[in-house]
Design a protein around this ligand. Structure first.
Ligand code: NIG
Ligand code: FE
Length: 401
């Protein structure tokens, strides 16, 4: 039993089993000078002067308690790094040009294939610890730096192992369709991915495809996602990162769990996604790391009542584990309000990963909670660039990251 005592504010999106949209997205509940009681991994109650004599007490006076962050889009398992590509980007080279030249994803594929499972575990664990220290309590992790059976499986096994470390809980996604490997033709590789599906479906809950010019066409993406659905997997899509190239529309057609990026989506695509019940996952770290100024049209999406979540996209191109930074970028560059950013970083992300009863602070909900050293929740997106998270509670236990 744990008791968070005397928090200046306990702030949460209202508990809901469907994502919050429109005006509801920013309407967080605020309990002042309150306690949170936790038993057996669940929240018992929120209230003033709660009395549980047997509980271990955490002093939260002058601090803010919020739900743990959910990061629903990362590529956390990789080997090597690409700091040299930042210099190329500074010289004006584009992401797609670097990829077409064997850099980008393909550079990381080389390094990830060459790494042993043990090395991959160690590099990835370091990042998972960072994510947890910065408040992430549930994290989605994609494969996609193997691009051949044994190395995709290696990445997924590492993701499963990461989920067993008592840090952020892991949700796994197979993303063999991240790029085309240099060693086979387009059609051969599409067939290879289809052959991998029964085996990867044992390790991954979702399948994701990078549907974009320079990556997988809409027809290739449709074929693969339909096959993945057939294999029993949930679906996600990387869509409209650079322009409205059909990925968002395909996501709506297939009613995927989430369509991610959406910086280039048109109003018609945004409305189609909303009508299909798809959550848009926005990744503002990506245009930042690409030295671009085009961020997703979040205000238009909120007005259109498209459910939104936020994620880091943590990968060797956009290298951050911090959901706090992502929330700050969402406010500074996409004009979400602090309350909308909190909802998008918690409840809406959890639901986009098919997880209910987490991402809000309510009786009976999973006790994933953060004690933040700020006087008001709005400081999470006002005072930027430092880590405000002091204590991370995952499933009712203090995480030791
Ligand atoms: O979501 N766009 C495709 N995949 C990742 C980038 C991966 C990489 O550059 O290594 C993304 O941005
Ligand atoms: Fe991504």
């Amino acid at each position: 039993m744990l008791l968070l005592k005397g928090a200046a504010q306990v702030v949460t999106p209202p508990a809901s089993d469907s994502p919050l949209t429109g005006d509801m997205m920013g309407r967080v509940e605020l309990h002042t000078r309150s306690d949170v009681a936790i038993r057996n991994g669940r929240i018992v109650e929120v209230g003033r002067k709660l009395d549980y004599p047997d509980a271990e007490v955490i002093d939260a006076r002058g601090k803010v308690v919020v739900p743990g962050f959910v990061d629903p889009h990362t590529h956390l398992v990789w080997a090597g790094s690409r700091e040299h590509e930042l210099e190329w980007k500074l010289q004006g080279r584009s992401y797609q040009d670097i990829l077409a030249d064997g850099g980008g994803i393909l550079r990381t594929v080389k390094e990830t294939r060459a790494a042993s499972e043990e090395e991959l575990r160690e590099e990835s664990l370091h990042r998972l610890r960072n994510a947890t220290r910065y408040g992430t309590t549930t994290i989605e992790i994609k494969s996609g730096y193997g691009l051949q059976r044994e190395d995709e499986l290696k990445q997924l096994r590492v993701a499963r192992w990461l989920g067993e470390q008592g840090l952020a809980e892991v949700v796994s996604t197979f993303m063999g369709a991240h790029a085309f490997p240099p060693d086979s033709s387009r059609s051969e590789y599409i067939e290879q991915i289809e052959e991998m599906l029964p085996e990867v479906a044992e390790l991954a809950e979702y399948c994701d495809v990078f549907c974009e010019e320079g990556a997988f066409t809409t027809n290739e993406s449709r074929r693969l996602l339909e096959a993945a659905r057939e294999a029993g997997m949930g679906l996600r899509i990387h869509a409209d990162e650079f322009g409205d190239t059909g990925g968002g529309t395909l996501g709506a057609e297939l009613k995927v769990a989430s369509a991610d990026h959406l910086s280039g989506s048109s109003m018609a695509t945004i409305e189609a996604l909303r009508d299909a019940g798809v959550t848009g996952i926005l990744l503002p770290g990506t245009p930042l790391a690409l030295l671009e100024s085009k961020f997703a049209s979040a205000r238009k999406m909120v007005a259109a009542e498209l459910p939104l979540a936020l994620a880091t996209d943590c990968n060797p191109n956009c290298y951050t584990e911090s959901m706090q930074l992502v929330m700050q970028l969402a406010v500074f560059r996409m004009k979400l309000t602090p309350g909308e950013a909190l909802t998008a970083a918690t409840l809406n992300g959890a639901l986009a990963l098919g997880r209910s009863n987490r991402g809000a602070i309510a009786s009976g909900w999973r006790a994933d909670l953060l004690v933040c050293n700020v006087p008001d929740y709005r400081h999470l997106t006002y005072h930027f660039g430092i880590n405000h998270v002091e204590t991370v509670i995952i499933g009712g236990r203090i995480a030791n990251a």
